[in-house]
Design a protein around this ligand. Structure first.
Ligand SMILES: [Zn+2]
Length: 556
């Protein structure tokens, strides 16, 4: 009986063996939340990863769940992680023979270590490895397949992923009404306790309030700016400089209150206690900052103490809108019949660092330029200047420059045909050929290194060291070659009659008067120090001067 009962007892055991043969793999589900995932949901949370992987295992005919292993907050750049170490113990103990992850970035971002596990350790231990979202299964795919994916993760996904996640985090903070800007709006400062909170700045808040009150009375932006300047109140930028908010050299402009500064303050709901974020976005093509339309701004209400009431804010918006409409009509009237203005946008007032405006008095056909900031800035001394006098002075300066350019052009042609110049070019070309040969040699040696390692002639440590050495050498050779190519391009583009900087002047040599083309092509800006003295800043001035110097020195 005893024998029989023992036999009976064996049956379930052999059944169990049969079951585990059907499920040939006891899978470890590995989930990981990295530091960068914090505060984020949608598929990154531990729960979401686990649910997804358990679902995956359930539909696999040959897999059974061994256990769920979890690492919370580990960075994924090394394998000293509790959950991961437990998997390795269970693999050694025979409890686990498959590892399933959501994607490779869960498994690890250290390229060498991760590839070591996938290519060597797991195959050696007979462990099946599945990365569900990457569609990789070591049962079916070769390790080489996953290495491509892995390399992509290291090269691209890591960087773009992180930047996308940080961007998402910013949006979340914005929607919470957290302040994430560089400096607080004028009238506020960042709380010392919490950098994301705004508190009233007792020194500037009364001024911000005054600006709204003036505007509500119907005073214009420019007049408000002038009042503030006359009262000697530091502009928002000056205030930021005084508070030491610039880490680098602060910008030179913005010394005065302008209509633009006032109008920026007046538009902001921050003063009524509501946070506005995301006023700007970046163009995804060129990376430049662009302002979003007002209705796309993120406004979170009642996030901080208000400086003015909602009613005052609304009143001021209504007044501003009315003014803007009138202004548009007046401006269109003024601009009619104004004639050509070839110095548009390039005349600057040195006191205000702002562009001067063109004005025509139609009765006397009196055309002149004036500094419109003069109305806002009591320190501006720039008198209006007559257009005719200005055009004459500018043309005289341009003519002088053209004559000099024609002389320089002749000199360049002479140098470009000289033996010294041709010898120098040839010597650079020879150096370029030598550098290219050295680069090819280095690549060949590097290629052979892989074979040497594959043949087992050197150890992995030696292989890595030698590979690093060859890579460093390759980088050095490439940068040397780039330098030579640059020098060659520089010499050939400088010493030719087609030299761009010189030709841009010389081509105007037969012009009898200043034209719009000449101005836009040659002149960067004109600073008007007074009716008697103007200062012309030429485009590419440094390059132009360098070419003249080199031509005179014979190119040596
Ligand atoms: Zn001025």
């Amino acid at each position: 009986m005893a024998r029989k009962s023992r036999k009976v007892q064996i049956l379930p055991a052999s059944e169990a063996v049969a079951v585990s043969t059907a499920a040939r793999y006891n899978a470890a589900v590995y989930v990981r939340l990295s530091v960068e995932d914090n505060n984020l949901d949608d598929g990154y949370s531990i729960e979401a990863q686990r649910d997804m992987l358990l679902g995956f295992i359930e539909v696999q005919e040959d897999m059974a769940l061994a256990d769920v292993y979890c690492d919370n907050g580990a960075t994924g750049s090394n394998f000293d992680r509790d959950g991961f170490n437990r998997i390795m113990d269970d693999i050694k103990g025979g409890k686990v023979n498959a590892v399933v992850v959501k994607d490779l970035s869960r498994f690890g971002r250290n390229y060498i270590e991760t590839s070591n596990y996938i290519e060597k350790i797991f195959p050696f231990m007979g462990v099946r490895f599945v990365s569900v979202n990457d569609g990789y299964d070591s049962e079916r795919d070769s390790a080489a397949d996953i290495m491509v994916t892995l390399r992509n993760i290291v090269n691209h996904a890591y960087v773009t992923d992180i930047s996308r996640k940080i961007k998402t985090m910013f949006t979340i903070k914005q929607n919470n009404g957290d302040f994430i800007g560089w400096s607080a709006p004028y009238g506020y400062r960042k709380s010392e306790k919490n950098n994301n909170r705004l508190v009233i700045d007792p020194e500037t808040a009364p001024i911000a309030r005054q600006i709204f009150e003036w505007k509500a009375e119907g005073i214009g932006m420019m007049a408000i700016a002038r009042r503030l300047n006359e009262m000697g109140i530091p502009s928002p930028r000056q205030r930021n400089i005084a508070m030491g908010r610039y880490k680098n050299t602060p910008p030179k402009d913005g010394q005065f209150w302008t209509d633009a500064t006032v109008s920026w303050i007046i538009k902001s709901p921050a003063y009524a206690g509501h946070m506005t974020q995301r006023k700007f976005t970046r163009n995804s093509v060129n990376g430049r900052q662009i302002q979003l339309p007002i209705d796309e701004w993120v406004v979170v209400r009642n996030t901080h103490e208000a400086i003015i009431s909602d009613e005052l804010w609304e009143t001021v918006q209504a007044v501003t809108k009315k003014h803007a409409n009138n202004f548009g009509v007046n401006r269109r009237k003024r601009n009619a019949n104004k004639g050509e203005n070839i110095l548009k946008g390039i005349l600057y007032c040195p006191c205000c660092k702002k562009a001067m405006q063109h004005k025509v008095d139609p009765k006397y056909n009196y055309r002149h330029y004036f500094c419109q900031m003069r109305r806002a800035n009591p320190n501006c001394t720039t008198e209006p200047i007559k257009e005719a006098e200005l055009l004459e002075a500018v043309f005289a300066a341009v003519e002088k420059k053209i004559t000099a350019a024609v002389d320089t052009q002749k000199l360049l042609v002479k140098v470009s045909g000289s033996k010294a110049h041709l010898d120098r070019l040839e010597s650079i070309r020879q150096s370029i050929r030598n550098a290219n040969m050295a680069i090819k040699r280095n690549a060949a040696l590097r290629g052979r290194l892989f074979d040497t390692f594959g043949d087992g002639l050197i150890t992995e440590a030696e292989f890595r060291q030698m590979k690093d050495d060859y890579t460093a050498e390759a980088e050095r050779l490439q940068s040397g070659l780039a330098e030579l190519n640059r020098e060659h391009a520089r010499l050939t583009s400088v010493f030719t009659k087609d030299n761009e900087r010189i030709a841009s002047f010389a081509k105007f040599k037969n012009q009898k008067a200043l034209t719009g083309d000449m101005v836009s092509e040659l002149i960067e800006k004109i600073i008007v120090h007074g009716a008697e003295r103007i200062e012309i800043v030429w485009r590419y001035e440094d390059e132009y001067n360098a070419v003249c110097e080199m031509a005179k020195a014979g190119g040596v």
